[in-house]
Design a protein around this ligand. Structure first.
Ligand SMILES: [Ca+2]
Ligand SMILES: [Ca+2]
Length: 176
């Protein structure tokens, strides 16, 4: 397993644990969805619902796959298996990637401004220097915009354990 993928997974766990109780539980996924949707109030209602639905699906799929002791919670130890079975999570990661990236583009021109990207990623709990480094890795145009497609692909890659040296690694290491 790639070190980078293990570090990305550890960060996923930390950010998904929105209520900070040290385990993943259903409440976490509603909290994250609410936090993100607060900065995307101008997105289409359908897009907001799709994103909220993708967060519900994350919980359902993760709980179904990883809650080994069946206590309704995912412990850090249980979550370690996340990186072992990427095919199982790929459809959910795909839905989620498209849904989140779409929230970056409320005017539907296929482009995401840096300020919007920053707002959404701060809502997730990432640190600003990492967010800027990630945005730069997506090679913004002269008007400092990236494409929805680039971000969606970047999110899919982030959740693909076999990959390393991807833009998403900017989120788990300090920018140089
Ligand atoms: Ca939690
Ligand atoms: Ca459990």
């Amino acid at each position: 397993m790639r070190d980078e993928a293990v570090r990305r997974a550890a960060l996923i766990f930390k950010l998904f644990d929105a209520n900070g109780n040290g385990v993943l539980d259903p409440q976490d996924f509603g909290l994250v969805a609410d936090r993100v949707l607060v900065v995307a109030t101008d997105s289409a209602q359908e897009d907001r619902q799709t994103f909220a639905g993708s967060m519900h699906q994350w919980w359902d799929v993760l709980a179904g796959a990883l809650d080994a002791d069946n206590d309704g919670l995912i412990s850090p130890q249980e979550f370690e298996a996340f990186v072992l079975d990427p095919e199982r999570f790929a459809p959910t990661a795909d839905l989620f990637a498209n849904a989140l990236a779409t929230l970056g583009d409320p005017d539907n021109d296929g482009l995401i401004e840096r300020t919007r990207f920053l707002d959404l990623m701060i809502a997730w709990g990432f640190d600003a220097p990492n967010i800027h480094a990630l945005f730069d890795a997506f090679e913004p145009d002269a008007a400092d915009r990236i494409t929805v497609t680039a971000w969606a692909d970047g999110i899919r890659d982030y959740y693909t354990p076999g990959l390393a040296g991807i833009p998403g690694d900017r989120l788990v290491s300090l920018p140089v």
